[in-house]
Write a protein that binds this ligand. Structure first.
Ligand SMILES: NC(=O)c1ccc[n+]([C@@H]2O[C@H](COP(=O)([O-])OP(=O)(O)OC[C@H]3O[C@@H](n4cnc5c(N)ncnc54)[C@H](O)[C@@H]3O)[C@@H](O)[C@H]2O)c1
Length: 307
C-alpha cells in the first residue's frame, strides 16, 4: 500500500523517542519525510540517570535510512530547550508527540511524596513544558498537531499506580482544554492510551503478550492524528495489539430537584436509580449540556457564560 500520509516539510518532536513507543513513532515519522527531534533523557525506567547515546542511536538509525533527525538529551521538564533545538536545527515545529515517561509504582499507603511528585513532574509537567514552549510557534504558524500519551491506568485506575493514573488522566484534561483553545489556530490536540511491549511493561506482562504487543501497532494512530489531513481534536483513543478504539463521556439524564426548595440526602437516595440509569443517556462533547440543564433549573441562561 502506498503512503499517502506524508510529512515532507514538517518538523516533529517526539519525546522519549529513544525506546519503545517513542522510537517506533519517530522512525515512522522520519520514514514519511518528517524532520524529527529525537528527545530522550536516556535515564532509568524509575527516573534518574542520563545517557545521550540513547537518542543519538535512533538518530543514527534514521540517518542511515536516509532520513533527517537531531538528537536532544534534555528532560521534558525543560521543554523550552527541546523546542529551541527544533527551531535551531529545523526552523519550525509542527508536531509534538508527548510520550516520555517513567514509572514509580507503589500501593497508595506506601507511596512517598517523591514517588508522587516525580511522576507528576515528568508526565504532566513534561508534557506541559514541551507543549507550552511549542504553542506560540504553532499559533503563529496557524498550524499544529499535538499528542498526549495517557494510559488505561488513568482512564480506569490501576492497582499500585495512583501517581501515574492521576498524571495520565490529567493529560487528557489538558488535551481537552488545549483542543478548545487551539481549534481557532489550526492546532489539534488528541490523547492516546496505548498498550505495548516496552521497558515499562516487560516486567508486568507475560512473554506471549509482549510478543504480540509491538509498539509499531500503536504508531499508525499517532501518524494519523498528527497528519495535516486530521481534523479530530480533543479525542481520546485506546490503541494496541492491532486494535484502535475511541472513548467518550456518557451522561445519564440525571435526577432533577427544585433548587429553590433544596433537597435532602434522603430525597436523593429515593432518586438514586434515576441518577444512575443510563437509559436515554447522552454523550456531551463539551460543557454546554451541563450548563443548559443547570441553567433551566435555576432559571438563568448559562449558555452565554464563559465556561
Ligand atoms: N507500554 C505501554 O503499554 C504503555 C501503556 C500506557 C501508557 N504508556 C506510556 O507511553 C509512553 C512511552 O512508554 P514506553 O512504554 O514506550 O516506555 P519506554 O521506557 O520504552 O520509553 C520511554 C522513554 O522516555 C524516556 N524518558 C523518561 N523520562 C524522560 C524525561 N524526563 N525526559 C525525556 N525522556 C524521558 C526514557 O528514557 C525512555 O526512552 C509513556 O508515557 C508511558 O507512560 C505506555
Amino acid at each position: 500500500m502506498t503512503d499517502t500520509l506524508n510529512f515532507e516539510g514538517r518538523v516533529v518532536i517526539v519525546t522519549g523517542a529513544g525506546n519503545g513507543l517513542g522510537k517506533s513513532h519517530a522512525l515512522e515519522f522520519a520514514r514519511r519525510g518528517a524532520k524529527v527531534v529525537i528527545n530522550d533523557l536516556g535515564g532509568a525506567t524509575s527516573g534518574g540517570g542520563r545517557d545521550s547515546a540513547v537518542a543519538q542511536k535512533v538518530v543514527d538509525e534514521i540517518k542511515a535510512a536516509g532520513g533527517e533527525a537531531v538528537a536532544n538529551g534534555d528532560s521534558v521538564e525543560d521543554g523550552e530547550k527541546i523546542v529551541q533545538c527544533a527551531l535551531d536545527t529545523f526552523g519550525q515545529v509542527d508536531v509534538v508527540v508527548n510520550n516520555a515517561g517513567i514509572l514509580r509504582d507503589a500501593t497508595f499507603h506506601k507511596m512517598t511524596q517523591e514517588d508522587w511528585e516525580l511522576i507528576q513532574k515528568v508526565h504532566l509537567g513534561g508534557s506541559f513544558a514541551v507543549t507550552r514552549a511549542a504553542w506560540p510557534h504553532m499559533r503563529e504558524a496557524g498550524y499544529g498537531r499535538v499528542i498526549m500519551t495517557a494510559s488505561g491506568a488513568g482512564v480506569y485506575g490501576n492497582f499500585g499506580q495512583a501517581n501515574y493514573s492521576a498524571a495520565k488522566l490529567g493529560l487528557h484534561g489538558l488535551a481537552q482544554t488545549l483542543a478548545i483553545e487551539g481549534a481557532g489556530k489550526g492546532i489539534f490536540v488528541n490523547t492516546i492510551a496505548p498498550i505495548a511491549a516496552s521497558r515499562l511493561t516487560e516486567s508486568v506482562m507475560p512473554p506471549a503478550m509482549l510478543e504480540g504487543l509491538k509498539p509499531e501497532l500503536v504508531t499508525p494512530l499517532a501518524i494519523k492524528l498528527c497528519h495535516e489531513s486530521n481534523t479530530d481534536t480533543g479525542q481520546l483513543f485506546e490503541v494496541g495489539g492491532g486494535w484502535v478504539s475511541r472513548l467518550r463521556w456518557e451522561q445519564t439524564q440525571g435526577a432533577r430537584f427544585n433548587p429553590a426548595q433544596g433537597f435532602s440526602a434522603e430525597q436523593l437516595a429515593d432518586e438514586w436509580d434515576t441518577v444512575q440509569s443510563f437509559e436515554g443517556a447522552g454523550h456531551p462533547k463539551d460543557m454546554m449540556n451541563t450548563l443548559k440543564v443547570v441553567g433551566e433549573l435555576i432559571g438563568v441562561d448559562l449558555s452565554l457564560s464563559k465556561q
